[in-house]
Structures are given as structure tokens and as C-alpha cells.
Design a binder for this molecule. Structure first.
Ligand code: SAM
Length: 162
């Protein structure tokens, strides 16, 4: 089956062709989403949430699709694509959880994002306490990496002493 989706807005970031692997919450620069005016009413009460999901089309992927990937932080370990957050997927759809800073008409200002400027937005959902945070979540294959705690700081872009 083939489906059609349409962009509902555009994500604006300072990143033209290099972006962090995952959102950096205290990243420097302006990060915002501009919703097409026809969807502006859909933002009513969204500002009540501290965090939101942004779902987008990773539109500039050039790398070849492969079912096995070596994530940048896996120390050379090969894993299945669906056990990774690689942007190169059969359907190049990305998800980022960001802090909602403010909404001004059809513009949503957020904390740092991991996408290139101009990335087409597909959807927004509120991140709901308890519903979206699982107490028994783990690190999957990342558990096997040596110096896991240090690695997590890198993945999250948190500055630290080496
Ligand atoms: C690893 S993906 C993670 C995306 C999302 N947080 C997720 O987990 O689904 C983030 C990387 O995708 C790449 N990227 C971001 N926006 C892109 C775009 N519009 N087109 C192609 N690649 C993009 C950048 O290299 C960035 O480091």
C-alpha cells in the first residue's frame, strides 16, 4: 500500500546540512515551527503542555537504505535499522520531543532540534506525563556499550568533562 501525507508546516533551525543526532535541550539559536495558517486553530490549548512531539519528513536523505546500520555511537556494532534512530528508513519519518517555549499565532518556539532548516512538519502531539514516560524504559543494545553513561551524555549533547 502506498499512502500520501502532506506537510502541515515547516521547521526552522540554524542547521543547513549538519545537525545533532538527537535534540539538545539547551541548544543555542532559534528553533521554531511555522504551521500553515489553515491549521492554526488546531494549536488551541497546546501551550498548556511543557513538551511536544514533532513528527516530520526527513526530506533530504541521500544515503542508501540498508536494513543493517552502524550507529555513530555503537562502537562499530551493526544493528537492525529498526533498533536505531537512523534517518535513512523505508519511510523517512523522524520524531523529536522538544520543550515548548511559546506559541505566537502560527509559530511555535521550541528548545533545540535535530533537523535541517526547512524540514517539512507532518504532525504535532502533546507529550503527556505518565502516558509518554515509562518507568521501566531501558537502553536496549546501548546497555552493552562500554562507558554507557558517558555515551548518553554525547547522544544528548550534554557538555561534560572527559
Ligand atoms: C539520527 S536522526 C534522528 C531524528 C529523530 N530525533 C528521530 O529519532 O527520529 C537526526 C539526523 O538526521 C539528519 N537530518 C536531520 N534533518 C534532516 C533532513 N531534513 N533531511 C535529511 N537528513 C536530516 C541529521 O544528520 C541529524 O543528525
Amino acid at each position: 500500500m502506498v499512502f500520501q501525507v502532506k506537510s502541515i508546516g515547516t521547521i526552522r533551525t540554524p542547521y543547513k546540512d549538519i545537525a545533532p543526532y538527537q535534540p539538545i535541550e539547551n541548544d543555542v539559536g532559534e528553533f521554531k515551527v511555522i504551521i500553515d495558517p489553515e491549521y492554526e486553530d488546531g494549536l488551541k490549548e497546546l501551550n498548556r503542555f511543557n513538551y511536544i512531539y514533532l513528527i516530520y519528513y526527513i526530506h533530504m536523505v541521500k544515503r542508501r537504505l540498508s536494513m543493517l546500520v552502524i550507529p555513530p555511537w555503537s562502537d562499530g556494532k551493526e544493528i537492525g535499522l529498526f533498533a536505531s534512530r537512523s534517518p535513512v528508513r523505508p519511510n523517512p519519518i523522524g520524531v523529536s520531543i522538544v520543550k515548548l517555549l511559546k506559541i505566537n499565532k502560527n509559530e511555535i518556539f521550541t528548545s533545540g532540534l535535530d533537523v535541517f532548516d526547512g524540514t517539512p512538519l507532518l504532525d504535532i502531539k502533546p507529550y503527556v506525563k505518565d502516558l509518554d514516560s515509562k518507568e521501566d524504559a531501558n537502553y536496549g543494545w546501548i546497555e552493552d556499550m562500554k562507558d554507557k553513561e558517558h555515551l548518553i551524555l554525547h547522544i544528548k549533547g550534554i557538555p561534560h568533562e572527559y
